[in-house]
Design a protein around this ligand. Structure first.
Ligand SMILES: *[C@@H]1O[C@H](CO)[C@@H](O)[C@H](O)[C@H]1NC(C)=O
Ligand SMILES: [Cu+2]
Ligand SMILES: [Zn+2]
Length: 191
């Protein structure tokens, strides 16, 4: 059994690079949950913004399946991340991007990224004049428990497009130049 698990972890590590789900025991802890949710609200001046996200993980070693949508963002791309703290203030400040491995900023699919980096969420205007942004991802980097856990942290949507660490300045490697938060919600476990 142990040999099999070691084999599996080695396989996962080779497939998705590092950091990866469950390559050491610190990834499995007593706080594991299979489902978490976040309700997004806009900051003052952006009160129309609202959204809901669901995060599901079958086991501590599985990727997290996330789906959700945000309404009434300004049309276009908006940086979208998990920030480190779970008590955002009125302007959605909640620390920096969640980065337990001291990596540089990147996009959701980059090998080098903050654990909290989801790239951009893209908002489109519908015929009714509303703006809708939908997001779905299967992410092997975040987790709902252990050292990569996003539970009890804040999901933040920003004013501007995230350049995914490809920008011309140092700020690109920290925040992707995505500007201030305009909405956020705390990621909470379900039961
Ligand atoms: C939230 O915290 C940040 C960082 O400390 C600060 O710059 C900002 O003014 C705060 N916003 C409010 C509404 O307190
Ligand atoms: Cu952010
Ligand atoms: Zn980042």
């Amino acid at each position: 059994m142990l040999v099999f698990l070691l084999f599996l972890f080695g396989f996962l590590k080779s497939v998705v690079g590092s950091p990866v789900a469950c390559y050491d025991s610190s990834d499995v802890s007593l706080d594991c949950t299979k489902e978490a949710r976040a309700t997004i609200r806009g900051i003052p001046g952006y009160e129309d913004i609202h959204g809901e996200f669901v995060f599901r993980q079958q086991s501590p070693c599985s990727p997290v399946i996330m789906t959700g949508s945000i309404f009434n963002l300004p049309p276009g791309s908006h940086g979208f991340h998990v920030h480190e703290y779970g008590r955002p203030n009125a302007t959605c400040y909640s620390g920096v991007h969640f980065n337990p491995f001291g990596q540089v900023h990147g996009g959701l699919l980059d090998k080098e990224r903050h654990v909290g980096d989801f790239g951009n969420i893209n908002a489109f205007r519908t015929k009714s004049g509303r703006t809708v942004a939908q997001f779905a991802a299967v992410d092997p980097v975040i987790s709902l428990c252990g050292q990569r856990s996003i539970v009890g942290r804040t999901l933040v949507v920003h004013e501007k497009r995230d350049d995914l660490g490809r920008g011309p300045n140092l700020e690109s490697l920290k925040t992707g130049n995505s500007g201030k938060p305009i909405g956020c919600g705390v990621i909470r476990r379900i039961f």
